[in-house]
Design a protein around this ligand. Structure first.
Ligand SMILES: Cc1cc2nc3c(=O)[nH]c(=O)nc-3n(C[C@H](O)[C@H](O)[C@H](O)COP(=O)(O)OP(=O)(O)OC[C@H]3O[C@@H](n4cnc5c(N)ncnc54)[C@H](O)[C@@H]3O)c2cc1C
Length: 402
């Protein structure tokens, strides 16, 4: 069966399993697969039931250097590209694990590396790469704004050398596990800007210094995701922690979001392959009416169909990742990859549930947990309707509906 196998474009000579000169993506995938083998179904099932953060798994990924794969070597990271990060996340999810526990340390790099000052990068990146600081929180979504990011109300008011932040975010994942958080806030009220995408700024917030000015409440969801609502009440952020210029944050956050969409598409592709692997194995082994259920075309065709959808999504994802690594800032590829991969994974999830019959519902098989997890990506990090709107208006040039 297909697996990533191209050669990495950025050979690396530092330490760590992924850091061999001329490592191929296939070798990288094998190394990640070997790490994931130590965290099997029972581990993830227990974490899911206890709604526990998988610290041991995240520590293992950190120790292996994978969570610092996008951090340049000069700051202690592996210096790889988004294409290699895709391989890592895809393999994690294909193994039955869940990258959602740790993916933000990769996708936040799109904002910080491309737009952060040299001083900010030198201050934080070496400690993140060493595993001493955790940057796993990305705070954009707000209860009233929803998908319309320009309508966020969290406000950062400049006072001398600092900004004072007031407002609320929702669904901010892993904030309780993070030392640092990337925050999008308004710095100019929306009624004072010419374009509603203007007047937004991005900050890196050191949560260790936040004290009572940041309050966090967990939100219970159908998956083990560590998502929270976050309240800011006079949070002071040094002006030096602003990423890029004041008021241009929407553009910076979008370039981070493009990386996020490509990376999360890879998780969906991993999920899709997990479901295809599990369904084809089960269909080849399970006997009913004296023959393997997989001999029935009614069972095998949907699995083959789902597999081809996942492969097609992976091709678009690869194209988008190649463009991103080449410095491209267009949203077309990342959005399409996210949309196609999330739908392919969801289709494969349903095919796997059908193939397992009643046993698909039994927690002991793991398929129902992955089924719940795969559902998230139809709506996050961007709802698929918004992707359709982007392609319709930005790519095909049709009139905007909003
Ligand atoms: C488990 C989880 C983790 C998350 N983690 C994070 C995180 O770490 N950081 C963060 O910032 N956010 C996070 N999110 C938030 C996520 O990005 C949002 O839920 C998502 O962007 C959709 O926003 P919303 O939920 O407000 O939906 P809404 O914007 O209210 O949309 C609701 C529905 O209406 C549809 N819709 C809205 N407007 C239109 C339109 N104009 N045309 C057609 N359809 C439309 C949407 O497609 C959607 O189906 C997370 C969400 C979840 C569930």
């Amino acid at each position: 069966m297909w697996r990533a196998d191209a050669t990495c474009t950025r050979p690396d000579t530092s330490q760590g399993p992924a850091a061999t000169v001329n490592i191929t993506r296939d070798q990288l995938a094998q190394a990640v697969r070997a790490l994931c083998a130590d965290f099997g179904h029972d581990y993830w099932q227990r974490a899911d039931e206890a709604r526990a953060y998988p610290h041991e798994f995240v520590d293992a990924l950190t120790d292996a250097g994978y969570l610092a794969c996008l951090i340049p070597q000069e700051f202690g990271g592996l210096g790889l590209g988004v294409r290699e990060a895709c391989v890592i996340l895809e393999e994690i999810n294909r193994s039955g694990a869940n990258s959602a526990a740790c993916h933000a340390q990769m996708y936040t790099m799109g904002t910080l590396l491309r737009h952060g000052s040299e001083e900010l990068k030198a201050r934080y990146l070496p400690s993140i790469a060493a595993g001493d600081l955790c940057l796993q929180a990305f705070a954009v979504t707000e209860p009233d704004a929803g998908s319309d990011t320009t309508r966020i109300r969290t406000f950062a008011e400049r006072k001398g050398d600092s900004y004072v932040v007031t407002g609320q975010k929702v669904f901010i994942s892993r904030v309780r596990q993070s030392d640092l958080m990337i925050l999008l806030a308004r710095t100019t009220p929306i009624d004072e800007v010419e374009k509603r995408t203007a007047g937004l700024s991005v900050f890196i917030v050191d949560l260790r210094e936040a004290g009572d000015s940041v309050r966090v409440n967990p939100i219970d969801t159908m998956i083990n995701h560590e998502s929270c609502e976050v309240f800011f009440d006079g949070l002071e952020v040094p002006a030096a922690n602003r990423i890029g210029e004041e008021g241009r944050g929407f553009r910076y956050i979008m370039s981070g979001m493009n990386a996020e969409r490509i990376l999360l598409a890879s998780e969906s592709i991993g999920d899709g392959l997990y479901f295809v692997d599990r369904a084809s194995d089960y269909a080849s082994a399970r006997k009913v009416f004296d023959r393997e259920i997989g001999t029935n075309q009614g069972v095998q065709f949907p699995i083959a169909d789902a597999y081809m959808d996942v492969r097609a999504a992976a091709a678009i994802r690869d194209e988008a990742a190649r463009e991103y690594d080449g410095g491209e800032v267009r949203g077309e590829g990342p959005n399409m990859a996210k949309y196609l991969a999330s739908r392919a994974a969801w289709k494969a999830a349903n095919v796997a549930m059908d193939t397992f019959g009643g046993w698909g519902m039994a927690t002991e098989y793991g398929v129902e947990r992955k089924f719940r997890e795969a559902r998230l990506y139809l709506v996050a990090p961007v709802a698929n309707n918004l992707v359709l709107s982007h392609v319709a208006t930005h790519v095909l040039g049709m009139p905007r509906s909003f």
